[in-house]
Each structure stands twice: as structure tokens, then as C-alpha cells.
Design a protein. Structure first.
Length: 164
């Protein structure tokens, strides 16, 4: 029987990331992300909230990116898997910790302090297919009309070095 271990979290960092390096030089970054569920109590009519905290661990390049660009309050989207590990505390008591091992991370929200502010072209990054070229060189393209040329977007004001 097949099984799936998949977690998707969208939430806010509760503290700044903590980055360490393993003996082989690989980065490890840990964060705590809060997700909040809200509802209206049917009996009393008052609004209720429940906040859940999630431990998330990043490894290697993703850990370096998370450590550099995330900060307390950042809103992020994370995909990963659950992992429970056993460890011994300073008093010799065995403990278990369940955490999310992140595979994918996307920063959400505004680009505060990153030099943004210029409006982006609405169609940049759209999923519209590219115009097809006819292999025979006939007038197939002329029948549909020539594709309109648009000026290239101006990215000269984007001097950040975000690697994704």
C-alpha cells in the first residue's frame, strides 16, 4: 500500500531563523512558523482563535537562503515532510521532536527593504503559450495575424541578489 508524507504550511515566522553549519559545511536553518485558525463559537457567538506552532528545518542551499532572507514576522509557504527524531536532554531523559523537513519554500507578502516599489508588467511570468512557428515557412502565421511585439520589462531597479 502506498503512503504519503506531505506537509504544506502557510504562516508567519515567530522568531528570526537560526542557522548552523554541520561539520561537512552544509547549512541547517531552523524556524518556528505560526498558523492561526479562527472561527465563531456556535454557542456563545464569540470569535475564537487557535494558533499552532510548527518547527521547520531547512538543509543545504535552501537553509542558506532561509537564513539570509527570512526574519521574524515574514510570511512564507513551505512544503515538506514530517519527521520525528529521538534525542537525549541534558538530564539523560529521552525526548522526541516532530518537525517539518522543508523541500520547498516561497516567501510571501511584501518585499520590505528589498528596493521594490516599481510596478511590474501584468503579463510577466504568465502561463500563456508562446506563438508557434511554422516549419514549412508558409503563411500559417499570417492567417492568425503577426504576434504583437511588446517592450521588454525594465528590471534595472531590481538590484537585489535573491537566488530564486
Amino acid at each position: 500500500m502506498a503512503s504519503v508524507n506531505k506537509v504544506i504550511i502557510v504562516g508567519n515566522l515567530g522568531r528570526d531563523p537560526e542557522t548552523r553549519y554541520m561539520p561537512n559545511g552544509d547549512a541547517v536553518t531552523n524556524i518556528a512558523v505560526a498558523t492561526t485558525e479562527s472561527w465563531k463559537d456556535k454557542n456563545t457567538g464569540e470569535k475564537k482563535e487557535l494558533t499552532e506552532w510548527h518547527r521547520i528545518t531547512f538543509y543545504r542551499k535552501l537553509a542558506e537562503i532561509a537564513g539570509q532572507y527570512l526574519k521574524k514576522g515574514s510570511q512564507i509557504y513551505v512544503e515538506g515532510r514530517l519527521q520525528t527524531r529521538k534525542w537525549t536532554d541534558k538530564d539523560g531523559v529521552e525526548r522526541y521532536t516532530t518537525e517539518i523537513i522543508a523541500d520547498t519554500m516561497q516567501m510571501l507578502g511584501s518585499r520590505q527593504g528589498m528596493g521594490g516599489g516599481a510596478p511590474m508588467d501584468d503579463e510577466y511570468g504568465s502561463s500563456a503559450p508562446a506563438p508557434r512557428q511554422s516549419a514549412g515557412g508558409g503563411n500559417a502565421g499570417a492567417a492568425r495575424g503577426a504576434p504583437q511585439q511588446r517592450p521588454a520589462p525594465n528590471f534595472s531597479d531590481m538590484d537585489d541578489d535573491i537566488p530564486f
